[in-house]
Design a protein around this ligand. Sequence first.
Ligand code: PEP
Ligand code: MN
Length: 336
Amino acid sequence: MREQTYILGPCAAESREQVMETAAQISDLKLEIGDWKLIFRAGVWKPRTSPSTFQGAGEQALEWLAEVKATYGIPVATEVATPEHVEAALKAGIDYLWIGARTSANPLAVQGIADRLRVTGYGLRGLFIKNPVNKDAQLWLGNIARLEKAVDGEGVKVYAVHRGCGHEPCWSMAHQVRLARPDIPMLLDPSHMSGDAAKVPELMTKVAELGLDGAMIEVHIHPETALSDAKQQITPDELGNLEILGALGNLDNIELNWLRAEIDEIDAHLWDTIAARMDVSKRIGEWKKAHGVAPLQPERYQAIVERLRGTDYGLPDEFMLRMWDLIHEESLKQQQ
Ligand code: PEP
Ligand code: MN
């Protein structure tokens, strides 16, 4: 089994006390066993959607992270989004840096960060690049290459972190990157992927199923009062109860599991799409009723059949027509 890396800690560093107490409780769990690497995380500069929410504690919080490292001997990580962040974090002795999903969507921003990494003399140990929010496997691969080039020969390891797009897993994107770069460790971020603390345990089973190399999990001492991502953070106790921590083994059928993850996500989209279609269909039904129009309009039905026949979806006509009949039949029912 390859080395497993776990990055644990709050979404954001909120105060010195919150950071130190979270680190104390995580450290008390004594999670580090065997060939594991444990890293403490906390965001210092937070890329928030609205400017009127908590934006992170800023540079002062780098000292809190340095204190975690000095007190508990756990290496520390934070997010960087600008060259200035890189400089401040490295000067403060931060061991690992990660680039977030929003920054990862912008190649100029990633290159700016990469350029500032060409500084020796600091103890930078590794870089984590999250997938871009916009579901672009090639851009993610390009970002990996930018970072590798920047730290070439410096002994700094580059990792991919799969956090999904919005709150969708986007397994297909991650699978493409995994196939293109099997040599790069890939971690799962179940916290941002789901946006829901209750879904973290189930998502964590994917680490073993897909042969991933660990996870980044948001852990907060009081998630309900967290200043950012309150719904998705788990407590140190819940972290200790995650069965997957320590239960990892080499599973067979990893490639099949990736393909199944992809197909399960496609199926979920398929049903969402059909449900959305029925919803519009009902509204059409209401319109027809209000205007005295019968639910079944044969020429409209025929036009859709012709359009299906004339469009190349790479599927047999017979299958598409059978499928269409089923959908149409249910639509008519919804319109009654
Ligand atoms: C984070 O890790 O706190 C974060 C902001 O993540 P992402 O870039 O994946 O949204
Ligand atoms: Mn977060």
